[in-house]
Design a protein around this ligand. Structure first.
Ligand code: PEP
Ligand code: MG
Length: 591
């Protein structure tokens, strides 16, 4: 029977397919035992499955290139390490040999034990590694199933329904032909979500009880834009699906014509579209789509997954390749933003911080670890000999930080020139505005930099006191809050008045729902993932900026999310009572 379930669209797009359930809780919870004469064969079956899982991880690692390899390599390496863990292997063998359990049940018992250990850890980083155990166990279980007499059907054209999905899974699932993913938990800012957007895989997250309400083999229709999955769609749904699909194909054809078009509004204002690029593929796409340059290159991805840090030469080569890839268009290299959710394995990030998002991250960490920072600055400066490079500093909260960074840039440029390196005469230095203190005290920042880039992902988190990765408060973590809109406007206007280019480089810049809103606030520079560049360009070209600015007053007057949403859709705003009763019983005007 038809059933529509709502979730959060983490990656847009439509898909129609069969449900393929991957339910960790339904995992062979029945106790299954074997006869004594089956033990050796069962141990061998288990070992074959573990070897197959290991081989899959190796093959996956080899298929990845560039920064994607760095980023996903971390997960793959951790998963391979877990698979090699003697405790896990001996424990499994013992359960089969001594307990005479079937391999699947032994796997479940061992998983439960390890999960308990990880959940009991104080360190949030290690606690979060519980998910890795789940992913590894799942991989072995799938290999066990594949080796059994009743193999699961092929999954091309399937829609995976599961509790959560990891970034490494996502790449593999796409290669296997999975067309969309629906999960019961997750965050729109997780690495898996960012990756799903960049590979155009529809992903719907946070669909409550989805594993209980959908059965294996059900027909599903996923709409990543509307944030909806429909079980057993009826004739109307299917008609709608076909129409939407045809519409999307037409849109794609129109969009492709904009590949080298200018990004000019109807009334002749040029808007700059920079790309956020992490992999070689992103850089090639940015170049092919006529991006103004790279507006954000997150260097921490070079550091995340390895026990040893990249040295100056390795970093230099990565930055130089990036610069060469953009053939002279400016490339904005952000200095290390390690810390918080971006924890490394080399011990740079403190693992015992009670509140890592409020701790030693970004420029704070760079200034505390001068050895790391000096190496990185030297590598970036050396790359400036090959094309236009800009340096962007993350997590700035105080003037002193920029004073220190500027002094270091000058010092290293002087040293490198003395050593005979070719360095650009001038390198633009920019500050990320992503901590409310920097936004509010912008006048103390502007004289020290050449450009500003607003990190809306973090600015929203810190302004609204809403963790960007916490699904429970996903509705609070939204740009549609008047305080956030006003702060954005102030930074854009104040930055521009000081003569500085101001960009937005958070996810919001590539979210087409907000393109007009950002234009109305006066934004002229966007930095966004190449996958949404053409759509944003199209909206810009359809916009009359003069008319839009005339509507910006009503945008700034909006007092809640409902009114902001009405502005976005150009509906008359819902009316609110002009006089509001205060808690003490008196009234006051909020006109
Ligand atoms: C941001 O905070 O908006 C941003 C672009 O940086 P990151 O997502 O890497 O923290
Ligand atoms: Mg940030």
């Amino acid at each position: 029977m038809r059933l529509a379930l709502a979730g959060h669209g983490a990656s847009r797009g439509l898909a129609l397919g069969r449900a393929r359930l991957r339910d960790p809780h339904a995992m062979d919870s029945r106790e299954q035992t074997i006869e004594p004469d089956e033990v050796e064969a069962e141990v061998a079956r288990l070992h074959t499955a573990i070897a197959a899982a290991r081989a899959e991880l190796l093959a996956l690692r080899e298929r990845l290139h560039g920064a994607l390899a760095h980023e996903l390599g971390e997960f793959i390496d951790i998963h391979a390490l877990i698979l090699d863990d003697p405790e896990l292997l001996h424990g499994l063998d013992a359960l089969v040999r001594t307990g005479r359990y079937r391999a699947e049940y032994a796997l479940k018992l061992q998983r439960d034990k390890l999960v308990l250990v990880f959940e009991g850890m104080d360190d949030p980083y290690f606690r979060s590694r519980r998910e890795d155990i789940e992913h590894v166990v799942r991989r072995v279980r799938t290999a066990l199933h594949r080796g059994s007499d009743t193999p699961r059907p092929g999954i091309a054209g399937d829609i995976l329904v599961t509790d959560s999905v990891g970034p490494a899974d996502l790449v593999q699932l796409q290669a296997q032909g999975v067309v969309a993913i629906v999960t019961s938990s997750g965050s729109t800012l997780s690495h898996a979500a960012i990756l799903a957007r960049s590979v155009h895989m529809p992903l719907l997250i946070g669909v409550h009880d989805v594993l209980e309400r959908i059965d294996d083999g059900d027909t599903l229709m996923v709409d990543g834009s509307a944030g909806e999955v429909i079980r057993d769609p009826d004739a109307d749904d299917l008609r709608r699906y076909r129409q939407r699909e045809q519409g999307l194909q037409r849109e794609q054809r129109t969009l492709q014509k904009l590949r080298q078009a200018d990004t000019r509004t109807r009334d002749g204002i040029d808007i700059r579209l920079y790309a956020n690029a992490e992999s070689r593929e992103d850089v090639a796409e940015a170049h092919a789509l006529g991006a103004t340059g790279i507006g954000l290159y997150r260097t921490e991805f070079l550091f995340l997954q390895r026990p040893q840090l990249p040295d100056e030469n390795e970093q230099f080569r990565a930055y130089r390749d990036l610069v060469l890839g953009m053939s002279g268009r400016p490339v904005t290299i952000r200095t290390l933003d390690l810390g918080a959710d971006k924890a490394d394995r080399s011990g740079v990030v403190l693992s015992n911080e009670p509140n890592p998002a409020l701790g030693l991250r970004g420029v704070r960490l760079s200034l505390a670890r001068r050895d790391l920072f000096d190496t990185q600055l030297r590598a970036i400066l050396r790359a400036s000999g090959y094309g236009a490079v800009r340096i962007l500093v993350p997590m700035v909260s105080r003037r002193e930080e920029l004073v220190a960074v500027r002094a270091l840039v000058h010092e290293h440029a002087r040293d490198l020139r003395t050593e005979g390196h070719e360095i650009a005469d001038h390198i633009d230095l920019g500050a990320m505005i992503e901590v409310p203190a920097a936004a509010l005290a912008l006048r103390d920042v502007v004289d020290l930099v050449d450009f500003l880039s607003i990190g809306t992902n973090d600015l929203m988190q810190y302004l609204l006191a809403a963790d960007r990765d916490n699904e429970a408060i996903a509705d609070v973590y939204s740009p549609l809050h008047p305080a956030f809109i006003h702060l954005l406007r102030e930074v854009i206007v104040a930055g521009q008045r000081s003569g500085l280019p101001v960009a937005v480089c958070g996810e919001m810049a590539g979210d087409v729902r907000y393109t007009r809103l950002l234009l109305a606030l006066g934004l002229t520079d966007f930095s966004l993932h190449p996958s949404s560049l053409l759509e944003v360009r199209q909206i810009v070209r359809e916009t009359d900026l003069g008319k839009l600015h005339a509507r910006s007053r009503s945008l700034l007057r909006a007092r809640d999310r409902e009114q902001l949403e009405a502005w976005l859709t150009d509906r008359p705003p819902p009316r609110h009572a002009a006089r509001t009763r205060k808690r003490g019983g008196d009234t006051s005007s909020h006109a």
